[in-house]
Ligand binder design. Sequence first.
Ligand SMILES: [Zn+2]
Length: 290
Amino acid sequence: MIQDLDFGKLDNQYLPLDINDEDFVVCVCGSKLLAACDENDILTLPTWKQVREWSSAEDWKLWTDCPVKYAFNMQGQNYFLWMGEAGQPGDDRFKYEGTRYYRQLPSKNICFALMTAWHLFVWYRANRFCGSCGHPTVHDAKERMMRCPECGNMIFPRISPACIIALTNGDKIMLAQHAALKTKRYGLLAGFIEIGETAEEAVAREVMEEVGLKVKNIRYYKTQPWGIVGNLSLGYFCELDGDDQVSLDENELASATWHHRDSIPPEAADDGISLTREMIRVFSEGKEPK
Ligand SMILES: [Zn+2]
């Protein structure tokens, strides 16, 4: 999966660091992020020294009194966020692209860093003002938290838990095609966990809502941070309980069909990126948790 970085772990503890010339700066414009892609599709990000050459804090609309905020460290390299809508780079090697573009490239580490930076950026952007009283917020001195100096409201990073559901029936697994996607790629049943609900209850509810089936033997598999949409995906396997007659929620799904573990369509092959695809592969190999 994309978070399984070849060197280890992205160190995302917040530190109140000042920026140095060689630190990377993640710049966002609309929903796109700035990076340079060389002839071998290897990504690099602009350093603070480069960013300062083509712009200044006064040129860009900033959300806080500081132009950059520490994001995380990866492989000894500090990453900062430009705290606002970034402008056009003066260096044409750098271009703005969406995370869906970056995830096709071989630079998985940088792509995961960009997904994580995007999640943080969206959270900072949405919390410039206090949701309780409307006063501008300030960053806490020690931890990743926005604080309202007027009413004391504390705003921690928002992560939305969602479940990814591998529903099985003997040697068959249910693969779904989502109605909202233009390409009819195969995936698994999935949905957000509601307030006041356990993840296991969400699994049973989502299966009933999306395909009208009952489940049993719900087993946890793994989680995956999915910063593109601010999720933490929780992967579960479960078994069909009783009747296999599908009643499709056509608002959500274009199709939901059973596939034998020996005949998984190539469109559902493990891409090394998503938890969904890994779970399908694990089932095809008979290695799902029992
Ligand atoms: Zn407030």
